[in-house]
Structure formats: structure tokens, C-alpha cells
Design a binder for this molecule. Structure first.
Ligand code: GCU
Length: 608
């Protein structure tokens, strides 16, 4: 990534002077290819042979040293005397994309290594480079092609790719991936989370074919604070770095020409008469970037997002975020979501609830979510899994979190629906934590100065029933997220009546979590935990309390649908499901769903 021209950096400083941090963290070199949906690709989805390897015997020898001839060699006995103690082609298979836990009963609780192998032939094309691209793999992956190591990736929720142009052959390629989802204290997330640790090649795998010099990455959005100036940059990858490049938006007769520098980089700005994207009018434009050697289309919306005091301004107008939180749980299934259909169902349910906003918790969801949100008109909060108490003073933990943040922003920075980057969820106040999170913000701002930055924080009490939002990290975010469980973990729903909220910041607040559990179909009086009536009453009481908060700019209750969690074993109620969904794991709407639907409908009407 090039150092931006002075004008660009100055704009950045003026834009963020309210947030006392310096931009000492320039973005690292990375080679992630974006917008694979509009490129020439070959899918490797489908059945992959697997070897379940809890002792990592395919990787380590008995001295716990990495082996030269591990399972990545996909070896076959050459004669009757040869000793080979594994055979992918006689082994069982799993579907990709897909977590392994929901595919086989014996893998339900499995945490460890599974080796995946995919064999394929490939028709080589002249002047074409080939990359193998993973939408995500949870948690740590080592990738090999034809017995050669391509590289490793850490983090279960962001994409990565490796170039294989020189390694791929016409016949009998074998791609082997060692995926390990063992939890580690120094990892991100760390060992305890309230979601299922789904393992495997959880998202799509494909070959991406590009010209020798291709358009690898670009940023095309409205300039910060403008509603008509498009600003951004383009990064070419390849030997022919200096090229003339055009950015075209045919619908508004835009055709702008630029020249890339010796390292294939160019920045640009131009004005255009664009319809602004919003939930009520999710206007998307065909944008084509053409260089002398490559051409790439994308579907992009243009909108501005800012804050003013405690208001969030979308296209210059205050907007209340009528939201809901969502986990990447496949609808009506105990599996991880991974498809366009899943995204359409989940976001469709949110729209049915009169939402204009969704908090994607607690990690970057698959790319179908932001792309479907662009089309349906749903504003998004996207977060990295810096969750609860990670190792704040561990350098590798910081590097890992920075990398996940970079990959998240790199993939989704051209999505109009994404308005908030969230750095963390419910992390304990402390110097090391504050420093860690400040470093993340600096990185986020160096990658994208146009969006709002937030985190889900917690409140403290200044007196009984007097919550105040004063987390020191609040100084550095643009929007304050606050999770609260009054009436569930804290007392009973009536407690909400006596609450008055305060904040020390003149900034918008999103109550990013509130709610309680209910088992669909269990009916009782409003004081009986787990009944639909208790949850319904809790929501009524919460809404009454929230309406009194003057600086409230949005809500994303916890949570749209029941989701799997190893922390929820209560028999015949939870059975490893967190039951705080407003919709059950079978897609049935609970009474509280309609409480939120009615509240948001009224809000919607007041906005018109
Ligand atoms: C927390 C947390 C969620 C969790 C929820 C719950 O606030 O952020 O990840 O699932 O509470 O307890 O249900």
C-alpha cells in the first residue's frame, strides 16, 4: 500500500481531530484479492476427502518436529513393501463450504486438526496467473499444493489467497489443507466465547484467474464529508505497473482516466451526480475499472455516513438505527451460515422486523452478507472477534487482531451497507486493553477514513439504577456501543422502569445488546423464565426505558435467532442453544419478535 498524497493525509487529520490519536500505523503489505465474485473463477466447492488427526500425526513426528513427508504429500504406496499409513482417497468426505461439527455426529464437539484434500485437473490459460482463494477457514490453516507448502493463515472469519501459477499443472493436482480449530489463550478470539467453535473450510474455495498484471485491490466510495465527490485508489499487481486506468460509471456518464505509478498505484477524485444509497433507496451502480491489461466490474452504492453530537447522519440526515444482532448461524440449522440463500433469509427476517440495521456479531460474516445488505438496503456493523478477555500484552495477539481487521476492511470497504467497523466486544477496561484497542483504531482509520468506528462496551453505575457510559475507550470511537442485560442477568424486567441513563461523551450511543432467553412454544406467566411471555414483557420494559435515553441513536437487541453455544447446556431448554433469539432455531417467531416489529414500525412512521 502506497503512502497517500499529502492532500489525502491532511483531509484525514482534519476529519478525525476529535479523536486524539496519530496515524503512526500505516497499513502492512498484503495481497488479498477483492471482489472475487466478478472475476474468472473455478469453484473447488463440493466433497473433499478428510483425515481426522487429533494428534497432528500428519504434521509432527514422534519428536514433535514437523515432518518432511506429512499427509500433505498425499503419498501412495509405490509397491507392496511401501509403508504409507494414510490414504485420502479411501477416506471419508466432508462438504465444502461447511463446518465439520454439523456434518457428522462424531465431530459435533471436535476441536483439533482435520486434513482436507481436493484433487482436480486444470486447463491452463496463456498469460494467466492463478490464485487459490479461501472465503475463510476456522481457525488456523496450512495450505499445500502438490506437496508444496503455499502458506498459513490464522483467524477463522476472513479471506486469504495464495498464488499457484507456477505450481499448478494440467493433471492430478492435489490441494491439501490442514485446518485446526483448537482454541488458544493467545488467539483471537481466545478460549471462551458464547458461540460454537465451528471448524473447517467454512466458506467457499475457488481458483481465481487473473491477467499477468491485474487490478488486485481498489477503494471507490464518496469522499469523507462529501455527497458528490468520489474518492479512492486502485492497486495493480504485476510487472506492468505503469498503466492508464479508467473508472467508469456508465449510468451517470462518468469515465475518468488516470495513470498508475511505478508501483501500480493511483489515487483519484472526481465529482458525479449520484443517487445516494440508503435503506429506503438502495441504489447500486455498475462501476467498471479498466486498465490496459485487466477489467473488473463491481456493484457499488454511494452514501455518506457521519456523526454530529449524539446523532448519526446518513446522507446528511439523522437516522435511527432500527437494528438486531445476528450470529452467522444458518437459518433453521445447527450449521454455520455460508451461502447467499442464508444471507437472504437472515436479512429478510430483519427487514420483516422493520429493521434498517444489523449488527454482525462478533466476527466478519461471509461476503454474501454485505453484498445482500447492499441490495436489500440494510445498514451494517461489522466486527472482529476481539471478544471478552484476550491477551492484551501479547505481540502476536495484537498482530493477529490487526491482520483480521485489515482483511475485514480490505474485503468490504466498497460496500455501502457497511457503516461501522467494530474493534471489540465487552472487553475489560484497563491500560493494556486501551492501548491495544487504540492501535486497532489507528489501523482502521489508515485503511478507511470514510466509516464510523465503534466497539461494544459496558456500562458502570454511578448509583443504584443510574448507569453511565464512561468507558475511557469511548474517547477514541465515533459511536459508542453498549451492551446491557437489565431484566435478564440484572434483576427482573420491572427493574427497567427506574433506570436513567447517562453518558460522559457527546456521541451517538447504540444499545448493541439487550434481551433474554425464551424457548419457543413454552408459555407461562410473564415472571416465568424461559417462557415467551417473560421475553415479551422484558422487551416491552426495555423499549419503554430506551425511549427515555436522549442520546440513543440505535438498538441491536440480542439476537435475531437462537444460536449454538457450548456455554448453554440446560437440558430441554437450551441443549447447547443460546435461546435469546426472537426467532427459534426452527425459524418460528417468538412473541417478543412482534414487540420489536411494532416498535420499529412506529419509529419508521415517525421518520416519514
Ligand atoms: C454477551 C455477549 C454475547 C453473548 C450474550 C449472552 O453480552 O456479547 O456474545 O451471547 O451476552 O449472554 O447471551
Amino acid at each position: 500500500m502506497k503512502v497517500y498524497k499529502l492532500s489525502f493525509v491532511l483531509a484525514l487529520f482534519t476529519a478525525v481531530s476529535a479523536y486524539p490519536l496519530s496515524d503512526r500505523m500505516a497499513a502492512p503489505e498484503q495481497n488479498l484479492i477483492i471482489n472475487v465474485d466478478h472475476r474468472s473463477t473455478v469453484s473447488l466447492n463440493g466433497k473433499w476427502q478428510i483425515i481426522i488427526d487429533p494428534y497432528e500425526n500428519g504434521y509432527y513426528d514422534y519428536r514433535y518436529q514437523p515432518k518432511q513427508n506429512g499427509y500433505f504429500k498425499n503419498a501412495k504406496p509405490r509397491n507392496k513393501t511401501d509403508l504409507i499409513e494414510y490414504d485420502f482417497d479411501k477416506s471419508e468426505a466432508l462438504n465444502v463450504p461447511g463446518d465439520w461439527n454439523s456434518q457428522q455426529e462424531k465431530l459435533f464437539f471436535y476441536e483439533g486438526t482435520i486434513w482436507y484434500k481436493k484433487s482436480f485437473d486444470y486447463q491452463k490459460k496463456p498469460d494467466t496467473r492463478v490464485f487459490v482463494y479461501f472465503g475463510a477457514a476456522n481457525y488456523h490453516s496450512i495450505v499445500y499444493l502438490n506437496g508444496r507448502k503455499l502458506g498459513e493463515h490464522e483467524g477463522g472469519f476472513t479471506p486469504f489467497n495464495f498464488e499457484i501459477t507456477r505450481l499448478i499443472r494440467e493433471k492430478n493436482n492435489f490441494l491439501v489443507v490442514k485446518v485446526d480449530n483448537k482454541r488458544r489463550r493467545d488467539a483471537v478470539p481466545t478460549v471462551n466465547t458464547d458461540w460454537w467453535n465451528y471448524g473447517g473450510l467454512t466458506r467457499r474455495v475457488m481458483l481465481v484467474e487473473v491477467p499477468e498484471t491485474f487490478i488486485r485491490d481498489y477503494f471507490v466510495q464518496l469522499k469523507k464529508g462529501s455527497m458528490k465527490t468520489v474518492a479512492g485508489w486502485i492497486q495493480l499487481d504485476g510487472n506492468q505497473a505503469e498503466q492508464s486506468i479508467t473508472v467508469e460509471i456508465p449510468k451517470v456518464n462518468v469515465k475518468q482516466k488516470f495513470n498508475s505509478t511505478a508501483d501500480g498505484y493511483v489515487e483519484f477524485e472526481f465529482d458525479a451526480e449520484l443517487q445516494l444509497w440508503s435503506p429506503d433507496n438502495p441504489a447500486l451502480y455498475d462501476v467498471t475499472i479498466k486498465s490496459q491489461t485487466d477489467s473488473l466490474k463491481d456493484l457499488i452504492g454511494f452514501r455518506s455516513i457521519e456523526t454530529k453530537g449524539s446523532k448519526i447522519l446518513l446522507n446528511g440526515k439523522p437516522v435511527f438505527l432500527r437494528g438486531i444482532s445476528i450470529h452467522e448461524q444458518a437459518p433453521k440449522s445447527n450449521a454455520r451460515a455460508n451461502s447467499k440463500e442464508h444471507a437472504e433469509t437472515l436479512l429478510g427476517w430483519a427487514k420483516e422486523m422493520n429493521c434498517n440495521f444489523v449488527r454482525l456479531a462478533h466476527y466478519p460474516h461471509n461476503e454474501y452478507m454485505p453484498r445482500t445488505a447492499d441490495q436489500l438496503g440494510v445498514l451494517l456493523w461489522s466486527e472482529i472477534p476481539v471478544y471478552w478477555t484476550i491477551l492484551w500484552e501479547n505481540e502476536n495477539t495484537l498482530k493477529n487482531a490487526l491482520n483480521q481487521l485489515t482483511e475485514m476492511i480490505t474485503r468490504d470497504k466498497n460496500r455501502a451497507s457497511v457503516i461501522l467497523w467494530s474493534m471489540a466486544n465487552e472487553t475489560p477496561v484497563g491500560d493494556a486493553r486501551n492501548e491495544f484497542l487504540k492501535t486497532l483504531i489507528e489501523r482502521a482509520r489508515s485503511l478507511d477514513s470514510t466509516r464510523l468506528i465503534t466497539a461494544a462496551m459496558e456500562k458502570i453505575y454511578e448509583g443504584e439504577n443510574k448507569p453511565v457510559i464512561n468507558d475511557p475507550f469511548g474517547r477514541y470511537v465515533y459511536v459508542l456501543g453498549c451492551n446491557e442485560y437489565i431484566g435478564w442477568y440484572e434483576g427482573l424486567p420491572d427493574r427497567c422502569d427506574s433506570y436513567t441513563w447517562k453518558t460522559i461523551y457527546d456521541k451517538p450511543v447504540i444499545i448493541s445488546e439487550f434481551g433474554g432467553g425464551a424457548l419457543y412454544g413454552f408459555h407461562a406467566d410473564k415472571d416465568t423464565r424461559w417462557s415467551e411471555e417473560y421475553q415479551e414483557y422484558l422487551y416491552e420494559k426495555q423499549i419503554k426505558m430506551l425511549k427515555k435515553i436522549p442520546f440513543l441513536a440505535g438498538t441491536s437487541p440480542w439476537i435475531l435467532a437462537d444460536f449454538m453455544s457450548p456455554r448453554r447446556p440446560l437440558p430441554r431448554i437450551q441443549d447447547y442453544w443460546n435461546r435469546k433469539g426472537l426467532i427459534s432455531n426452527k425459524g418460528e417467531k417468538k412473541k417478543a419478535f412482534y414487540v420489536m416489529q411494532r416498535f420499529y414500525e412506529k419509529l419508521k412512521l415517525t421518520e416519514q
